[in-house]
Design a protein around this ligand. Structure first.
Ligand code: GRF
Length: 321
């Protein structure tokens, strides 16, 4: 199994979601481990639970400190713990933009509503007052706006006719304890998920001018030019002709460049079956360390090889400036 992702959990209170994550992480096939439980409140009950479980804890009160200064102290503790991801679990602090930026795409939160409904506090009563039939919880990435980042997963929880906020909250909490560990596991292993990898390639291929997607022998492929005369500049290869890896196939300038690439990094590049003969190169995408800028560059260079003259000419002119 690949190395486990290192998780720091930030709490302010009882820490029941933190506990759910801690217990999930005890399973040997869990793809993450908890390296730190930290709080802005030294008396947060969740901290003693974490200590009893043998986890490293850290607390620093925010009183008397600017938001930035307190966030900087928390950030240092997170970095020191070696955390790859920050998981907010009832962390009752609004975060500074700088802190959010430092952990962009690496910080998750759980919120007790079906976002985008009911951001902020008092979510249960607001759902009941609105006459909603379902409430629920959401796990989302943290962005500068409160409770606003992309939603990764949600669980719906039915509202019963005699529910009050407390009863509803306690059922939503059960759902939270299921949703958070599962969503975190999926998120930290996304780079090995073929669907996620394909979406990354697709986004970059279709960002190039006059491109469209068309499958070729069952594999996704991208072409430049019109529907009738377009030419392929990339293929997504998953178990391509029996090869085990997930790879992107793009054109090089020819067999010399292909050989030079393989020579430079034989773990990353290989000559694909069939296409290899005409100078295509396969770039592995399943190693968990894909440099997506580099992939975008390969896509662009391959696109340049086959794009209609009028498109590549325009770029040559633009390049001179
Ligand atoms: C949960 O309801 C969570 O959705 C919200 O804060 C509460 C934290 O509870 N963000 P706990 O400390 O995890 O028990």
């Amino acid at each position: 199994m690949a190395e486990k992702a290192k998780i720091a959990v930030l709490i302010s209170g009882r820490g029941s979601n933190m506990a759910a994550l801690v217990y999930a992480a005890k399973s040997s096939d869990c793809p993450y481990e908890i390296v730190l439980v930290a709080s802005n409140d030294p008396d947060a009950p969740g901290l003693s639970l974490a200590q009893a479980e043998g986890l490293t804890t850290f607390a620093h009160p925010h009183k008397g400190l600017s938001r930035e200064a307190h966030d900087a102290i928390m950030h240092d503790a997170l970095v020191q713990s070696g955390a790859d991801y920050v998981v907010l679990a009832g962390y009752m602090r609004i975060l500074s933009d700088g802190f959010v930026r430092k952990w962009a795409d690496h910080m998750l939160n759980i919120h007790p509503s079906l976002l985008p409904k009911y951001k902020g506090l008092d979510t249960y009563q607001r759902a009941i007052d609105a006459g909603d039939r379902v409430a629920g919880c959401s796990v989302h990435l943290v962005t500068a706006e409160l409770d606003d980042g992309p939603v990764l997963a949600q669980t719906e929880v039915a509202i019963l006719p005699d529910d009050d906020a407390d009863r509803l909250a306690s059922r939503i909490l059960i759902a939270e304890h299921q949703l958070y560990p599962a969503t975190l596991a999926k998120y930290v292993t996304r780079e090995a998920d073929p669907d996620w990898i394909l979406a990354q390639v697709r986004k970059r291929a279709l960002a190039l001018e006059e491109t469209h997607e068309r499958p070729s022998f069952g594999a996704p492929g991208w072409r430049v030019g019109s529907d009738t005369t377009g030419k392929y500049f990339a293929y997504f290869a998953q178990s391509h002709h029996g090869e085990a890896s997930i790879a992107l196939l793009v054109k090089t300038t020819g067999l010399d460049e292909q050989a030079a690439l393989i020579d430079a990094d034989p773990d990353l590049y290989y000559a694909p079956k069939f296409y290899g003969k005409s100078g295509w190169i396969a770039i592995r995408l399943d190693r968990g360390d894909t440099d997506w800028e580099h992939i975008a560059e390969h896509l662009y260079r391959s696109w340049c090889q086959v794009a209609p003259k009028r498109l590549s000419k325009m770029l040559e002119i633009a390049d001179q400036f």
